[in-house]
Design a protein around this ligand. Structure first.
Ligand code: PLP
Length: 331
């Protein structure tokens, strides 16, 4: 019996699963299914909201009235936090990596519209972002506020619950569909979705392998990050989970030019899925991961998804990240 921590009900759940009949025709043996977590909401959408249900419940539990979090200028997580803060009557302060752009586009536009306070921290000073967050917490405290800090992507021992809980939903999905995929695959950027799926699939006895395509860093980074989050989760919530034998399968080779920048193959994949199935990926996370998945499937027995007859892709959202990169699509 799982002892769940406090949780707010913020996401539209359960999300549907779509079978990609047309797109999957290119494979002889594989059918791709998509868990539509981009539909957890409209403005507050994607994977972050599942994690924030737990992070924000904890903030409330601690009596905080302000949220501080951080990420890239086009962070989906920061946008979700900015909007949820308004809905919950909390102030939001974002620390964004980079310089203030001339124009606010995509996620950043929504951050401003939602009234978030924004501090830009140049890339070269980014290592100090947690110190800056601690300073801001003190400033808020001196004004009589109480600020809760959420790390990048809400990927920590609290946010881990988001995709542990998603596995309970997946278990019911698979029973209803009478299909258990050979693989469940996600993009990984700060490790929390990947880690939550690894732990949750064990706890809910889901017989699928968990694989993740990294959109930044490398497999070693995600092995360490998942181990760290799971260790802290075990300590904080007194869980007796066997983390020694976790299989942390990160598929490398698809970062492309770098975090946030994609090659033409990713934009091509986005267009192909949109025009065949009416499902939209983004160039930063889901487009790269989906492209990586398809490329590995085409390698057949020599690929990292060998033997996949059914594969479930977790669509983690990110649509607003398409618009600042629209010049990369030919039309
Ligand atoms: C749209 C989208 N997909 C995937 C991810 C990766 O998830 P995680 O940060 O849990 O690794 C993120 C955030 O980083 C995201 O915004």
């Amino acid at each position: 019996m799982i002892q769940w921590p406090p949780r707010l009900q913020l996401a539209q759940l359960p999300t549907p699963i779509t079978r990609l009949d047309k797109y999957s025709e290119q494979f002889e043996e594989t059918v791709i299914w998509v868990k539509r977590d981009e539909l957890t909401g409209t403005e507050v959408s994607g994977n972050k909201i599942r994690k924030l249900e737990f992070s924000l419940a904890e903030a409330k539990e601690q009596g905080c009235n302000t949220l501080i979090t951080c990420g890239g200028v086009q962070s989906n997580h920061c946008r979700a936090t900015a909007i949820l803060g308004v809905r919950l009557g909390m102030k939001v302060h974002l620390i964004l990596r980079g310089e203030k752009p001339e124009q606010a586009e995509g996620n950043l536009l929504l951050d401003y519209l939602a009234g978030a306070e924004i501090t830009y921290l140049p890339q070269r000073q980014w290592q100090s972002h947690q110190d800056l967050a601690a300073e801001l917490q003190q400033d808020y405290s001196s004004k009589g506020d109480k600020a809760f800090f959420i790390p990048t992507g809400a990927s920590d021992e609290i946010g881990l619950w988001g995709y542990i809980a998603a596995c309970e939903e997946l278990k019911a999905d698979f029973e209803r569909l009478e299909m258990v995929p050979d693989y469940i695959l996600t993009a990984t950027g700060s490790g929390g979705t990947q880690g939550g799926l690894i732990v949750g699939s064990e706890l809910f006895d889901i017989d699928s392998k968990i694989a993740a395509v990294n959109v930044c860093d490398d497999a070693k980074y995600f092995e360490d990050k998942v181990n760290e989050d799971v260790t802290l989760w075990k300590q904080r919530y007194k869980q007796s989970f066997d983390s020694e034998n976790m299989s942390i399968h990160t598929i490398e080779g698809y970062v492309g030019p770098g975090y946030g920048a994609a090659g033409p193959e990713v934009f091509k994949t986005i267009r192909e899925l949109a025009s065949s199935e009416g499902i939209f990926l983004d160039p930063v996370y889901t487009g790269k991961a989906f492209h990586g998945m398809v490329n590995e499937l085409h390698k057949g027995e020599n690929g990292q998804l060998a033997g996949a007859r059914n594969i479930l892709f977790i669509h983690t959202g990110g649509l607003f990240g398409v618009f600042p990169q629209q010049e990369n699509f030919e039309f």
